[in-house]
Write a protein that binds this ligand. Structure first.
Ligand SMILES: Cc1cc2nc3c(=O)[nH]c(=O)nc-3n(C[C@H](O)[C@H](O)[C@H](O)COP(=O)(O)OP(=O)(O)OC[C@H]3O[C@@H](n4cnc5c(N)ncnc54)[C@H](O)[C@@H]3O)c2cc1C
Length: 474
């Protein structure tokens, strides 16, 4: 794709005159900062970054890009590690200045601009004693995490993030501005809930909020690897209990304060201290070597799983899903494979691999074809973030990570029914076949693409029209 010409930059600036949008290009002070992403692997030299401040400005930029056949991408929280919110030579529509959140305590609804993070949402809702189902990490963008489905600490109680989404305002591929909800453009709203990134730029999202006035229980616990059998046993017990007030991330990481790769657990309980301590007693009896749990505000809890360092360094997110119970021998194998990577390479210790045990009772209450998200089943996500510094290690680290994910996927696929999809859309890399992400919902998505985005302009997240995602322009 040709690099955006300076003439086009000037023309775009002219077109946006009188608006509050700012066009940033190479040579301007803000340029370096504006192309930074959570992962350095996604830092690309954009032709121009347009910091938009309103829905109509987004529409203007899309119309301009379409008219001049210029590739463009959308950036919200910037946490994608596949490069889907970065562009080489094209236009980046940056929503980073559209982060307003309006909480209405009377209707218990929260209106969020498309570039906000979950931290922004928590800051707005907390004073009213309200919460929204958001991701487990509050530094991720509301836009990306919601439109792909969305899992968080409150999923056990209230389902996926999209199950609590009431409506969106968005700009389509032709620049038109539309609202979508169960009653207005319901087919578009169906697609938005699980594959929204492939249909337009969402500038506003309205969520249902819930009362949460008390503190919740949470923390991070590190165990030596000899405790793996106890942790696996507890994870299986946790699964059997299926308590919708709970959540548990268990996995592996290599923190600097431990001599060996640690088994890590992040428990969550939305109840009293007594209830939580009773619930997680077996975990505490396994004697963590470091870490602590306590009662805390939901806002504080939501920041615990944020992956540091942020933003420096190169990172890769990948994942699959797995039914429980877990098998100790299998988990030992996965531990060994992860541990080997930690030993073989330098400065990779911030990497994590977690089994995300968020009770699925309410996720599977929603029929598989009720929203585009097809990752609803009696299984849990497994997510991994690999972190490294050296650009020469990009391929190696991604390959090592994929090998572990494939190993888990093979174990998890045993005896699965035909509805089993391989990965949660927001964790799947570009090499994942879209059929393995959207399963039986893919056909309807492809039909809707013909109506809402016939030229497949929005294809950088997952290319819904190609069974095997290939090279992506921009
Ligand atoms: C450390 C970490 C923790 C995570 N934890 C969770 C978790 O707990 N639960 C969960 O469900 N997911 C989680 N994720 C996955 C996360 O949902 C995805 O990485 C998501 O894509 C990030 O969104 P973003 O807005 O930050 O990223 P971006 O890179 O800005 O966007 C990602 C994709 O979404 C598109 N997009 C973003 N906003 C919009 C919008 N408003 N309109 C149209 N398209 C848009 C972008 O164009 C891009 O294709 C986590 C990821 C990381 C890295």
């Amino acid at each position: 794709m040709p690099f955006l010409s300076y003439a086009h930059v000037l023309e775009l600036q002219q077109q946006l005159e009188g608006t509050r949008a700012r066009v940033i290009c190479a040579g301007s002070d803000e340029y370096a900062e504006s192309i930074k992403r959570w992962s350095d692997t996604c830092e690309k030299e954009a032709g121009a970054v347009v910091k938009v401040t309103s829905t109509s400005e987004v529409s203007e930029v899309i119309r301009f890009a379409r008219e001049h056949r210029i590739a463009f991408v959308v950036e919200a929280g910037g946490h994608s590690t596949t490069g889907s919110s970065a562009s080489h030579g094209g236009i980046v529509i940056s929503l980073s200045e559209m982060r307003k959140v309006l909480t209405d305590p009377a209707s218990k609804t929260v209106c969020v601009q498309g570039g906000a993070t979950w931290q922004d949402v928590n800051s707005s809702t907390a004073p009213y004693g309200l919460v929204v189902v958001g991701a487990t990490s509050s530094h991720t963008g509301v836009g990306g995490s919601t439109l792909g489905g969305g899992y968080g600490w409150l999923t056990g109680r209230y389902g996926l993030i999209i199950d609590n989404l009431l409506s969106v305002r968005m700009v389509l591929a032709d620049g038109s501005i539309v609202e979508a909800s169960e009653t207005t453009s319901p087919d578009l709203f169906w697609a938005v809930r699980g594959a929204g990134q492939a249909f337009g730029v969402v500038t506003e999202l309205v969520f249902r909020a819930y009362d949460l006035k008390h503190h919740v229980f949470g923390g991070v616990l590190y165990f030596t690897s000899d405790k793996l059998p106890e942790i696996v046993q507890f994870a299986n017990e946790f699964h059997r209990r299926m308590d919708d007030r709970s959540g548990l991330l268990v996995g592996f990481t290599a923190p600097p304060f431990m001599e060996e790769t640690a088994v890590v657990a992040i428990p969550f309980y939305n109840g009293s201290r007594d209830e939580a301590e009773r619930f997680f007693e077996p975990l505490m009896l396994a004697q963590p070597v470091k870490g602590q749990v306590d009662m805390m505000s939901y806002t504080k809890l939501n920041a615990i799983a944020n992956v540091e360092p942020s933003p420096e360094g190169r990172k890769s997110l990948n994942g699959t899903n797995i039914p429980l119970p877990l098998d100790t021998d299998f988990m030992r194998d996965v531990y060994n494979q992860f541990d080997q990577v930690m030993k073989d390479y330098r400065r990779v210790g911030n990497s994590v691999l977690v089994f995300e045990l968020l009770p699925y009772t309410h996720i599977i209450e929603v029929p598989l074809d009720a929203t585009a998200c097809a990752n609803r089943g009696r299984y849990y996500n497994v997510g991994s973030v690999f972190c490294w510094q050296d650009p020469d290690m990009d391929h190696k680290m991604q390959t090592e990570q994929q090998a572990i994910i494939t190993r888990i996927d093979q174990f998890g696929s045993r005896g699965q029914d035909e509805h089993h999809v391989v990965a949660y859309a927001n964790y799947a890399g570009h090499n994942t076949d879209v059929k393995d992400i959207f399963g039986e919902n893919l056909e309807r998505l492809q039909q809707l693409k013909k109506i809402y985005d016939p030229n497949n302009v929005f294809r950088k997240w997952h290319d819904l029209l190609h069974l095997k995602t290939g090279s992506h322009s921009g």
